[in-house]
Write a protein that binds this ligand. Structure first.
Ligand SMILES: [Mg+2]
Length: 324
């Protein structure tokens, strides 16, 4: 199968959205943005051996490579609309491509995103999505808007994906249900797109947690020129992680919770006066939102244990495929 047949077979779909004037199949896509909207663009790449293991489920990879991009747009409060796909593949394995495109198209359909073009080439497996979306003029939520006194919030639960990876690598043992849940969080993250949009005009600063809570919070604090104070007990976690935190595996649980990667939850600051509006955004977004601390004057991040004492040193940021 040549490149054109491959694209035709797995990636060309009839555009359902009238904004797509020209989609897959021409030299470039032609799109009609909404009046009064600003374009929001992001790109994220997943490399075999770095972000996923050889032999990873192609349908889950199709989901995840789009999900991580959707998460970046969610973090800006943007509505995702169009995507471009660049693939380097070692071979033209038709079953692999069929499963990969199934995962990609399913999530795209869920979020009304149109795949409008791309490129394929032979090479070490490398998956790259460029996403484009829209936000009403001037309303993108940036990292730099947090103020001392703001509440600090996070969506969903943290640490599940790292716990799933640790279990797959045999470093921790989980019960069957927790294992399935945590591995699903790792393989098929749910981008918080509806929550992100609902937080426009509510959150003062936001980003998505892709590299671990304290690492990503450090970016938000640096951009906002503030510090942060977090209560460990308030950080939302799954039952398995909570049990580990209270037992012998506390160090590993702590690392997963504050430094675990691949969560793709939204971390945001909001004025205290907006607590009701944040709760309403959580309901609109269909995901729990939890207040985990506050933004403070200065710089640096303190995570306080159950006794109110800052944990020192904090676990290092999660490194993909780091071994215990
Ligand atoms: Mg991000």
């Amino acid at each position: 199968m040549n490149e054109f047949e491959l694209i035709d077979r797995h990636f060309r779909r009839e555009a359902r959205d009238a904004s797509v004037r020209v989609g897959v199949g021409d030299d470039a896509a032609v799109l009609a943005p909404s009046a009064g909207a600003e374009l929001v663009l992001a790109v994220d790449m997943m490399v075999e051996g770095r972000h996923f293991l050889p032999g990873a489920d192609p349908e889950a990879l199709g989901h995840k490579v789009l999900a991580v991009n959707l998460s970046d747009l969610a973090a800006m409060g943007a509505r995702p609309r169009w995507a471009l796909l660049a693939l380097a593949l070692p071979d033209d394995d038709d079953a692999w491509l069929a499963a990969f495109s199934r995962g990609l198209h399913a999530l795209a359909g869920e979020h009304g995103v149109e795949l409008v073009g791309g490129d394929t080439t032979r090479g070490p497996r490398n998956l790259c999505v460029t996403i484009a979306g829209e936000v009403p003029e001037g309303q993108a939520i940036r990292r730099g808007g947090a103020n001392a006194g703001d509440d600090l919030w996070v969506s969903g639960t943290l640490g599940d994906a790292m716990l799933g990876l640790a279990a797959l690598e045999g470093r921790v043992t989980l019960d069957a249900q927790s294992l399935a849940d945590c591995v699903a969080r790792l393989a098929r993250p749910a981008p918080r797109v509806a929550l992100g949009s609902a937080l426009r005009g509510v959150a003062s600063a936001m980003l998505d947690v892709s590299d671990g809570l304290t690492g990503d919070l450090g970016h938000l604090c640096a951009a906002s020129r503030v510090g942060a104070d977090i209560d460990l007990a308030a950080i939302p976690r799954c039952g398995a992680l909570d049990r580990m935190l209270r037992g012998e595996a506390r160090a590993a649980a702590l690392a997963a919770l504050v430094a675990g990667g691949d969560d793709y939850e939204l971390l945001f600051a909001a004025p205290v006066a907006n607590r009701e509006r944040v709760a309403a955004a959580g309901r609109a977004g269909g995901v729990a939102v939890t207040r985990i601390g506050r933004i403070v004057v200065g710089s640096g991040i303190a995570v306080r244990d159950e006794c109110g004492v800052p944990i020192d040193p904090l676990p290092r940021a999660f490194d993909h495929f780091a071994t215990a």
